[in-house]
Design a protein around this ligand. Sequence first.
Ligand code: CA
Length: 228
Amino acid sequence: MRVLMIEDEPEMARVIAAKLGRSGFIADHMRTLGEARAALAAHRYSFALLDRRLPDGDGISLLAELRKSQPGVRVLVLTACDAVTDKIAALDSGADDYLTKPFGVDELLARLRVALRHAAAAGAGGAPPVYVNGELEVDLAARRVTVAGREVHLTPHEFKLLAFLVKHAGKVVTHRQLLREVWGPEYGDENHYVRVYMAQLRHKLERDPARPRHLLTEPGVGYRLLES
Ligand code: CA
């Protein structure tokens, strides 16, 4: 697995590269957008770690090129501040996920492993799988949802919302992404729709809807279906 790491802080890059190396990844370290472009032309990458604040520009300005030149690449954006707008910008620009600095390298590896599983599942193709996460089972093809073996009836909108989260399990999806997917491309700012439907889903799927274990809120950004 080859990882493109675009990060201008030497100490951070050294620590991440060492850990990735010990975990069986090959990490190519680039310090600028310019260096990263050269690397994209020369290699195929499975993952990219993309810092936002780089000497020659904003990391997310590279996202479109990255996607075009590296089909199937999974992109994790590293943001230096905890601002919600930064996270939304990264996800809406096509990042798969983000990590807020400072983060633990173990957390980074955990996110990489989630991405790896998704890449493997997407590559396997074939019939849509039955998604299993603890007591929750979602058969996307049959549109059947069970919790601890009991079938749960969902409305069409609830099912579409859940199906989108299942397809992006482990990753944060933004309110805007959910609205467009479930309600249609003309939607984007009706966050209250998502909140209402998410509350209904939690009542149907969570043992304790007030303390959800699967359907987590990412404050101000969106939701994440937590992988168990
Ligand atoms: Ca930086």
